[in-house]
Design a protein. Sequence first.
Length: 270
Amino acid sequence: MKLPIYQVDAFTRSVFAGNPAAVMPLERWVQDELLQKIAMENNLSETAFFVPKNDEFELRWFTPMSEVRLCGHATLAAAHTLFEDLAYEGDEIRFQTHSGMLRVSRDESLLTLDFPPTPCQPIDVDLNVCSALGATASEALIPSESPRDLLYVYEFEEDITRLKPDFAALKAATELCVIVTAPGNDCDFVSRFFAPRFGIDEDPVTGSAHCALVPYWSKRLNTRELRARQLSERGGELACRFENGRVFMAGTAVTFMRGHVVASSLHRAD
């Protein structure tokens, strides 16, 4: 027996850009320890596993080090795989996740994620975090509940591009991931995302971070429609909307690789 595996570049129209994710459709759930080992072996920022459940799918995401409660680009990659490789016939996919029901709708090649927002509240700027990042932010926020990320706001796009974080120092300064953001020169806002404690120094394109970014910039710019760019080396673009208390993120994806995991190797891993 062989288990299918796909590698998909998300939030991009071409390979070698956006954020790569592994996607593994399963007929049933296997041990969590094995899921984690597979994610570690894949060595991508996220591996998405899903299992069919009636007309929906249960979806989980693993970094090389741990399971996470929410992931945007791997959700986009999973939906892309269902539409493009697994002949899913509808125009909306519903995923049951640890963060509730997530929907992905299709309009030709454009996929739109329907995600919950992450309300944030102001906090003092931590100079140890800023020192590790390489520049002092003008504003800092943190999610109001179950914080995973810090949000540090800068004045200019160039402030974001010039950051050269010391990841060992950043890991020592905070247990949280760090989102940095600023107004964009030719888009509404730009960002980068650092998660050294999760084994990801810099994530190429981070959908879940936009659950905090979109409400923040929607309020600050007084608009529901936002164009966003993540300024990692690979880069990524998102068309965003904040409406009816939900964050919508639209993008495209492309399959880089299709293959199989040999089941006998999984048995040896057990």
